[in-house]
Write a protein that binds this ligand. Structure first.
Ligand SMILES: [Zn+2]
Length: 174
């Protein structure tokens, strides 16, 4: 399972990186970032006993189609709905590669999954490439940390970068 931090960090970093090229407002990119974890809200509302139901309700193509049609129809909010679309899509892609999602629920009730890995095993690299349709999610995140040790390391890196940029900006204005 991708952790909440992965779900927010990767798409926000990507959009901020391209914000100038795509003429996006960085404040909107940050403010709308909660949409990147919105599909997991079913766990909060229905509790952990609904884990078998998790990734059903909000992990399908239809939750992306709603903001997508708004971005086409409502021209004055195109940027906002476009960013929402990107965040929801990024969530679905991350989850598709980590267990699978019910891509066409409620029309079609099977899980679409993909797995691409490079493992170092006994001194040699082993590649895994799997994809297809299954009747259940491979791994629904039970027993995995919601925030991993790796996430903390990434957060530390972010803090270091933020501190350096503040020092640099401060140095320039003096
Ligand atoms: Zn999810």
């Amino acid at each position: 399972m991708s952790s909440p931090l992965d779900h927010i960090f990767f798409p926000v970093a990507i959009l901020l990186l391209f914000s100038k090229k795509l003429k996006l407002n960085p404040r909107e990119v940050i403010a709308l970032s909660f949409f990147a974890i919105l599909p997991d809200i079913d766990v909060i509302f229905f509790g952990s006993n609904s884990i078998s139901f998790h990734r059903v309700l909000f992990h399908n193509i239809f939750i992306v189609i709603i903001p997508l049609s708004f971005s086409i129809l409502v021209k004055s909010y195109r940027e906002v709905f476009g960013i929402i679309c990107f965040y929801l899509t990024s969530h679905l892609i991350l989850d598709m590669f980590t267990g699978g999602i019910f891509l066409f629920y409620p029309v079609y009730h099977d899980v679409f999954f993909a797995r691409a890995e490079l493992l170092l095993s006994h001194g040699s690299f082993v590649t895994t490439l799997e994809y297809g349709i299954s009747n259940k999610i491979m791994n629904n995140g039970i027993g995995e940390p919601a925030i991993s040790s790796e996430n903390i390391a990434v957060a530390l890196l972010l803090i270091i970068c933020a501190a350096i940029s503040v020092i640099v900006i401060h140095g320039k204005t003096e």
